[in-house]
Design a protein around this ligand. Sequence first.
Ligand code: ADP
Length: 157
Amino acid sequence: MNIIYPGSFDPVTNGHLDLIKRASEFFGSVTVAILNNPNKTPLFSLEERKELLELSTKDLLNVTVDTFSGLLVDYMDEIETYIVLRGLRAVSDYENEMRNALANNSLDNRVETLFMVSKTEYTFLSSSLVKEIASYNGKIDNLVPKAVEIALKNKYR
Ligand code: ADP
């Protein structure tokens, strides 16, 4: 069975990758789906985020990376996948995730959301934190894959 892991991935971090790896062991395939959100101004373009995710997951043969615009449930129907993967780091994630899961299920009752709990070492990790540290030239090599580290250094140079 395929599972979809949607998000902004601006950029992908080791926390995201941990979830992708773990999910790829339980599910036949994982589609990582990058949302093209016109309400947000990302640091990395959609193409850049896709390339960084592809580079970081190239050894996981059942993982593919795609992009989508519009409602998640419409994209899910298009690719005939009805399970969403989301990560929970702390209680603060819960409210927003709960709202999205309920909204998606009310839009399409075939859609179920599964949550995976982040590993303790990644609980504090987010794309925005990584960007902030990188913007001050801080050490991020243990937080993101090599390709992302290089891409961030180039952005903030
Ligand atoms: P979004 O804007 O959709 O929240 P993100 O790229 O920030 O996109 O996150 C995508 C998903 O990955 C979310 O479910 C988020 O909770 C999860 N996630 C982000 N960082 C981590 C982490 N360090 N450990 C586990 N899950 C994470």
